[in-house]
Design a protein around this ligand. Sequence first.
Ligand code: ATP
Length: 412
Amino acid sequence: MADFIRLAGRFADQKGMGAYVVGGFVRDLFLGVANYDIDLVVEGDAIAFAEGFCEKFSLHAVTHKRFGTATISGMEGFKADIASARKETYEKPAVLPAVSFGLIQDDLFRRDFTINAMAIAINASCFGRLMDFYGGQDDLKKGFIRALHPLSFIDDPTRILRAVRFEQRFDFKIERQTLSWIKEAVRRSMLHLVQKHRLRDELLLIFNEKMPLKPLKRLYALCGFSYISEGLRFQRHWPHYFQQASKRIAWYREHFANRRHIEPYAIYFSLFFYPLPLKDIKKAMLDFAFHKGASSRLVSLKENIHTIRNGLSKKNAMPSTVWRLLEPLSYEVVLLAEILSRHKEVSRHIEDFLFIYNGQRLHLKGEDLAGLGVEPGPHFKKILDKLLMAKIDGIVRDKEEELRLAQKLMQK
Ligand code: ATP
């Protein structure tokens, strides 16, 4: 990573551009927190810089022409986002600003908090020089989240979610005056004016935090959730559910590391919206254009939870019944069903499903059935399905028994 930064600095020298590492990367460097996303700012055209750099060093750049940014990948274990130093002018509150090329000072002034508004020069002549115009280093030491100016949250109310997220992640405090600016923006209902997709992106970053309930609790105390959905309130049961979720995610990863990858954020996201009635959930999913996968998992949870709970709370539920109830669901929904059910039998059945039933395979193959004279088609699939259920229920145990049952089923 250090080599990459030096090379980028030298390349900027050749192009006659100022170049800096900035933002969260610099903040985390001072905090001693690992960060594998380098944020680079160049005083000039970032896309031309990224394309030229990648050509020279055989790396790969994805450019985002609309934003004038690029992402360089191809390095081991980290990536780099490159942006042009920008100057922003907010013409209307809560609406994205007009943007023009600027110098690093301009770029740092448009940032959210002092701790994110530091840069380190990487050009050879001044490599390592810290640019900290707003006291970011001091605030890092004191543990303060401090905005750069009084209109910060009026210009961009999503910064309220960001302030809370960083405060809770680092166990910092939102500085007193900054808190009063936030309260003023809340009093003026600024969060209701923001485009929903921008709120969505910040909400997703909260669900991606290690402990998302902390920022959610703080956010609720500061400004409620009415800008997300009118009826949404902080739930008494959330602390229990979120804690269970984090334990279950760790448990899943420990036991099923090689199985399907699960998305923790989708679990927290579902717990958050779950208290709403189905029609409000569907509306929120549409309004915010949440990712289809996360939305459909949540809707399927809401629609199926009663059937799952009823089916799985029976002590003597057949393994095949458990399998039929859980197999069509994503693993995130399976874990959610367990977390929300708070029922010993449900947990036991879900664990059996994951440990035992879900891995079951028949000894018989399609060609074995064809060998018995079964024509390929729906009938074929039905027989294989019944055989698998018999296997899961322990009725057939080896290939011989599977064959015998297959013959019986064919005669029916
Ligand atoms: P994380 O550790 O969560 O990735 P980050 O600081 O890298 O934190 P990003 O959301 O990736 O956060 O943003 C990168 C940088 O862009 C921030 O450090 C901040 O300087 C700036 N930034 C992002 N969003 C805003 C915003 N809404 N207003 C002003 N500056 C912002």
